[in-house]
Design a protein around this ligand. Structure first.
Ligand SMILES: Cc1ncc(COP(=O)(O)O)c(C=O)c1O
Length: 251
């Protein structure tokens, strides 16, 4: 976002010097978008660059600077920018139409691929964002178990809906983030990340837990330890976890 704080930094001065057009766009954006940005990950001081085009591992901003892109579309672009096969497939798809409002063979085929890649996924529901996916997952867990509470881990990110906000970047005491109803926050049990003992104690001490959610791939910066934690818990619980999940609610 645009920032008019005074600084003697030579790095910031050089950045400003080389990104004049980005600075002008950032000044315009501040009146239009909250904080002048369209995603929190772009909150950069004094302001972020505005990118014009990208190819493979590189991108270019509106001032003509070239960058090696380590961000990769928030991690989504495993094949880099504008991979020719991906672009050809997108063009071919777009030429056939953009929104049919009907079933499509692609959803069946893509669902099969997801199931093959994630063997535990019995059926697949596509959503537009991870935020929707975790919202649905928690609702489903509550409906299935008839229980209400959710265990989460501090600093793990699961999107920004009301059930997932406290404890990710702030509100580590579990209190409600501004705008979230206190009762919703109170139904979340926040634990230290990667702490198997704390999780086991929480599960043993409360009969009203519908789900435990964590980042097994570690998008929030502690990947490997989180993965080990998930595997460790799965192995430890294999012998006695099959019937302590509550079962379907009878209505
Ligand atoms: C582990 C995890 N869950 C959920 C989300 C939320 O996804 P989205 O930004 O698509 O709402 C993210 C986003 O980074 C994530 O890393």
């Amino acid at each position: 976002m645009p920032d008019d704080s005074l600084t003697n930094s030579k790095v910031v001065a050089a950045y400003r010097e080389r990104t004049r057009r980005s600075e002008r766009l950032a000044a315009e954006a501040i009146d239009i978008l909250p904080s002048g940005i369209a995603h929190d990950a772009r909150y950069v001081k004094p302001y972020g660059i505005y990118v014009e085009r990208a190819k493979g591992p590189r991108k270019w901003d509106v001032d003509g600077n070239e960058y090696v892109d380590y961000f990769g579309g928030h991690g989504a672009l495993l094949l880099g920018h504008n991979n020719p096969k991906v672009v050809a497939a997108m063009h071919e798809t777009l030429d056939r139409g953009t929104h049919f409002g009907s079933n499509h063979v692609g959803e069946v085929r893509w669902g099969e691929v997801v199931r093959r890649l994630i063997p535990s996924a019995e059926r697949v529901r596509f959503t537009s964002s991870g935020t929707e996916a975790t919202l649905m997952a928690v609702r489903l867990a509550r409906a299935f178990t008839g229980k209400t509470k959710l265990v989460r881990f501090l600093t793990n990110f699961h999107g920004w809906h009301d059930h997932m906000t406290a404890g990710h970047a702030s509100h580590f005491d579990g209190s409600a983030t501004a705008g979230v109803i206190a009762e919703i926050a109170a139904h979340t049990i926040l634990l230290p990340p990667g702490d198997t003992a704390a999780m086991r104690a929480a599960l043993a001490g409360d009969d009203d837990i519908a789900a435990v959610i964590l980042e097994p791939t570690g998008a929030s910066n502690f990947g490997e330890s989180c993965r080990r934690f998930a595997l460790q818990h799965r192995c430890q619980d294999r012998s006695h976890s099959s019937n302590d999940g509550g079962g379907p609610r009878s209505e």
